[in-house]
Design a binder for this molecule. Structure first.
Ligand SMILES: [Zn+2]
Length: 452
């Protein structure tokens, strides 16, 4: 790495400093770099955002903070470039956010670049590029507090023991945590505790759906009173008795991008997976076979536990891609030109594989996602209609954030979007991969505000 690679990026500098961009455009400087070296550095202007965290640097280095205050330096960045880097001062806390082995495994392009000598280490890549590119440096660990909740006339404790809930949620071979670990290719690890039962002085008979919020609040109060720090959990799960005793509720509920889930059938792990999936930001997995933008059945996608998929299954290609649950590259790959492409079977893919498992094509209703599943591993119960070839999913439609399965192709079959002008033809498939031809680029009728 040279000084310039480390501390200067022309595009970032011009974007951060519009006055310099104007000066360069008007010919006052041949490039932003001349301005940076002549003036910008002394002025403390930021020349890259990839890895320097201003607030962190000042907080970690009180001497720098004082030097800025007394005018010896214009900015922490200036100090870092001129002195801090040589002194070995950390410009950010990224070292705490990287597990090298995980990073190299889930980013095979980085592993290749390190092996070829383009980078000294995984850390060097993460530090200068990967973090800014949104790559994950380590698995995301999220904690769930599972609370068993007894109503006066509907007791969860009459249906389950704490040990059973612990096994279902965290420890057995098809636990909810294990399903997410597999569906996320090791990117998401759920841990947590099972507590209770908490007795709520409220009756299930004559309940209304809105009561669930009060039940949750009362359970939180009891958990706190028993010494539990709720703030150390990203998810609070309330396990109550089932619908035969509590008639005002569905089998499960979860707030979208929130922290609460209510489980009224803890034995059906698909329910728990779906509600936690909602907490993570996923919506339902429906179907739209005629691709008219209207989802015909909200839970119709049986290849995804956000739809009607079976216990122990995975999620569809659209969800894997949107959750960033597979190798950053080439795991999910947007395609921009006609050609022939291989897609590895998601059901047997392992982090670090060199083939993509999802291809994305920008269609008029947002994205199309191409993926391939086989009856293997956690997909062993997948209905055969999903395993004959490449599945086409879409996001967007009248329920903006749901995914929609459109069709699964057999060899020789095509999927066409005449509005975008794109055609996908399945050429052949094996147990390991499917090969498709995609034609029609450049696509028509794309909304220009869409970006990769
Ligand atoms: Zn749901």
């Amino acid at each position: 790495m040279t000084f310039l690679d480390s501390f200067y990026d022309e595009a970032t500098y011009l974007a951060n400093n519009p006055d310099v961009a104007v000066a360069v455009r008007d010919g006052a400087f041949p490039s932003g770099l001349e301005h940076f070296l002549g003036f910008g550095l002394a002025e403390g202007r930021e020349s890259t955002r990839a890895f320097f965290h201003k607030g962190f640097y000042r907080n970690e280095n009180p001497d720098v903070k004082a030097a800025i205050q007394n005018g010896a330096f214009q900015s922490g960045w200036q100090h870092y470039v001129l002195h801090g880097a040589d002194e070995g001062r950390a410009p950010n806390n990224l070292a705490d956010r990287l597990e090298e082995e995980f990073y190299l495994t889930t980013n095979p392009d980085v592993a290749d670049a390190v092996a070829a000598g383009g980078f000294d280490s995984a850390f060097q890549h993460f530090f200068h590029h990967g973090f800014a590119e949104g790559r994950r440096g380590m698995p995301e660990v999220r904690h769930i507090l599972v609370m068993m909740v007894d109503l006066i006339d509907a007791k969860a404790s009459s249906l389950y023991t704490l040990e059973q809930l612990d096994e279902i949620t965290f420890t057995d071979s098809r636990s909810v945590a294990e399903i997410f670990r597999r569906a996320s290719f090791g990117n998401l690890i759920f841990r947590g505790d099972v507590v209770g039962p908490f007795a709520i002085n409220s009756r299930a008979e004559d309940c209304v759906l809105n009561d669930i919020h009060e039940w949750a609040r009362l359970a939180d109060v009891q958990a706190t009173a028993s010494g539990i720090d709720l703030s150390s959990y990203q998810h609070r799960m309330y396990v109550l008795a089932d619908q035969t005793l509590i008639r005002c509720v569905p089998r499960g509920l979860g707030s979208i991008s929130g922290e609460r889930t209510w489980i009224f059938d803890a034995n059906d792990r698909r329910i728990t997976c779906q509600e936690l999936g909602h907490n993570l930001g996923m919506h339902h997995a429906g179907v739209d076979p005629n691709n008219d933008g209207v989802i015909d059945a909200v839970y119709g996608d049986m290849s995804d536990f956000m739809g009607g998929g079976s216990v122990g299954g995975m999620v569809n290609g659209a969800h894997v891609a949107d959750m960033k649950w597979y190798n950053t590259w080439p795991g999910t790959r947007p395609i921009f030109s006609s050609g022939t492409y291989d897609i590895a079977a998601m059901s047997i893919a392992e982090p670090g594989d060199r083939l993509p498992i999802v291809l994305k094509i920008q269609g008029p209703l947002r994205w199309y996602y191409l993926s391939y599943r086989q009856r293997r591993n956690f997909d062993s119960h997948l209905p055969s209609k999903y395993t004959k070839g490449v599945s086409v999913h879409r996001t967007g439609g009248y329920r903006d954030s749901d995914t929609a399965w459109i069709k699964t192709l057999a060899d020789g079959e095509t999927f066409q979007d005449p509005v975008a002008g794109v055609t996908v033809t399945q050429l052949n498939h094996s147990a390991e991969l499917v090969t498709v031809r995609v034609t029609g680029f450049p696509l028509k009728h794309l909304r220009t505000e869409w970006r990769v």
